[in-house]
Each structure stands twice: as structure tokens, then as C-alpha cells.
Ligand binder design. Structure first.
Ligand code: AP5
Ligand code: MG
Length: 215
């Protein structure tokens, strides 16, 4: 099964996508994590992406489409995948449909998570992540066991994302409204969208997400 998670920064795409993919045996395809891994490895892609990501701007469509085209062919994506952070523009959504049509594997569900901006800003200012596995924590709602290290990598100190500063979060929200929010209507008019309230507890969001995926 192929599931797209849509929604603004901080709404919980990574948190929910990781759990859903893990429980179903699907791949989590997080384009943000792929770019952060490329930055950590000092690749040319990472170098180019970093300049845009640090400002809260999107990486060009053709680059992202190429990455997703390849990633979704990997063996762990054979049974299905959850897309977190892709598509983010109408050209990306059109390309995704074309790629999957070639493979006779449609997008089965598009789930849009929603939450008010104040909640998104509050979450992102308290987010920490593991630089090894990219698992996210939150000092307010989901701290790691000791508050400093990843539960799955006890030697690894958690870090904050460079783009989680108040100023860059505001820019990311503007970019979301201008370039990604139109996808909500794009999928709604096609009858492919399910909206889920992302402003409740992680557990409640997950229950609603599973119901949306299994409906
Ligand atoms: P990306 O990494 O995708 O960032 P984003 O979309 O801004 O989303 P976030 O990762 O910030 O939030 P999330 O929804 O995953 O929330 P999370 O689960 O972490 O993209 C980063 C950059 O990469 C982009 O700006 C762009 O430059 C580039 N990029 C990526 N994809 C691209 C594409 N397709 N095209 C072009 N450029 C691209 O949760 C947030 C926090 O809240 C965590 O601390 C979590 O613990 C906590 N939390 C989660 N759920 C709850 C809850 N229900 N209650 C309380 N706390 C919660
Ligand atoms: Mg994320």
C-alpha cells in the first residue's frame, strides 16, 4: 500500500509515518531525512540542499522527484511505503502519479494532518532528533528516557535541527501555505483526501490515521 502524509512543519508526519511504516512493514520515505543524511555525508546534493533548507526554502522539484523515483524502488518499499514530506508541490504530485502509474501502484491514501500554527511552533521549538536514526523526540510531549540521548542509540546525543529556529519555522510555514497547501485541494477534488486532526495526543492521531488508512 502507498500512503502520502501531507501537512505543515511540526504536525507529526515523521512521528506518525515512522510508526505506521514500522507496524505495517512498509518503508518510511522521508524526503527531509534523506536530505539531512546527504548533508551529514557531505555529498554534492547535501551541500546544495543545505543552502535552501537552512533558509526554509524548498529543494528543486526535479531533484526531489529523482530521489523519490529511486528510493521507492528499493527492496524495503516492495510491500508499500509511507511518503513523509513528498509531494510538496503540484509538479511533484503530478510526477508521483506518473511514476506510480508506470508501476501500476497507485497512491492508495492521502492523509492530511492538521494543527494550528501556535501548536506547530510550540512543538518545533521543543523538538530534538537522533542524528543516527532520525527518530524525533520532544522535551514537552515525548522526551527520550534520559532527556539527552536517543533511546535506540544510547551513545548518541540528540540534536536540534538548524531549521527549527523561530524565524526559519515562520518561513517554512509561509512556504507551506504558498506551495504545499494547494495539494490539499488537489487531492480533495480527486476524492483521494482524508483529513485527520493532528492537534490531539500522538496516540489519538495514530488511531485516526490507522482508521483512515484502513477505510
Ligand atoms: P521536512 O523534514 O519534511 O520538514 P517539515 O515538512 O517542515 O516537517 P517536520 O519534519 O518539521 O515536521 P513533522 O510533520 O515531520 O513533525 P514531527 O513528527 O517531527 O523538510 C525539511 C526541509 O527539506 C524543507 O524545508 C525543504 O527545504 C526540504 N524538503 C523536504 N522534502 C522536500 C520536497 N519534497 N520538496 C522540496 N524540498 C523538500 O513532529 C514535530 C515535533 O512534535 C516532534 O518533537 C514530535 O515529538 C512532536 N509531536 C508530534 N506529534 C505530536 C502530538 N500529537 N502531540 C504533541 N507533540 C507531537
Ligand atoms: Mg519530519
Amino acid at each position: 500500500m502507498q500512503v502520502v502524509l501531507l501537512g505543515p512543519p511540526g504536525v507529526g508526519k515523521g512521528t506518525q509515518g515512522r510508526r505506521l511504516a514500522g507496524e505495517r512493514g512498509w518503508a518510511l520515505v522521508s524526503t527531509g531525512d534523506m536530505l539531512r543524511d546527504a548533508i551529514a555525508k557531505l555529498t554534492p546534493l547535501g551541500d546544495a540542499a543545505k543552502k535552501l533548507m537552512d533558509k526554509g526554502l524548498l529543494v528543486p522539484d526535479d531533484v526531489m522527484i529523482g530521489l523519490v523515483r529511486e528510493r521507492t524502488l528499493e527492496p524495503d518499499a516492495r510491500e508499500g511505503f509511507v511518503l513523509d514530506g513528498f509531494p510538496r508541490t503540484v509538479p511533484q504530485a503530478d510526477a508521483l502519479d506518473a511514476i506510480l502509474r508506470e508501476r501500476s501502484r497507485p497512491v492508495d491514501r492521502v492523509v492530511a494532518l492538521t494543527a494550528p500554527d501556535e501548536e506547530l511552533v510550540r512543538r518545533l521549538s521543543a523538538r530534538w532528533e537522533c542524528p543516527v536514526c532520525r527518530r524525533v523526540y520532544n522535551t514537552l510531549s515525548a522526551p527520550s528516557k534520559d532527556g539527552r540521548h536517543c533511546d535506540d542509540h544510547p551513545e548518541t546525543e540528540l540534536i536540534q535541527r538548524v531549521d527549527d529556529t523561530v524565524q526559519t519555522v515562520q518561513r517554512r510555514l509561509e512556504v507551506y501555505r504558498a506551495q504545499t497547501a494547494p495539494l490539499v485541494d488537489y487531492y480533495r477534488v480527486q476524492g483521494r483526501l482524508v483529513e485527520v486532526n493532528g492537534a490531539v495526543s500522538s496516540e489519538s492521531v495514530y488511531g485516526a490515521l490507522v482508521a483512515a488508512v484502513d477505510c
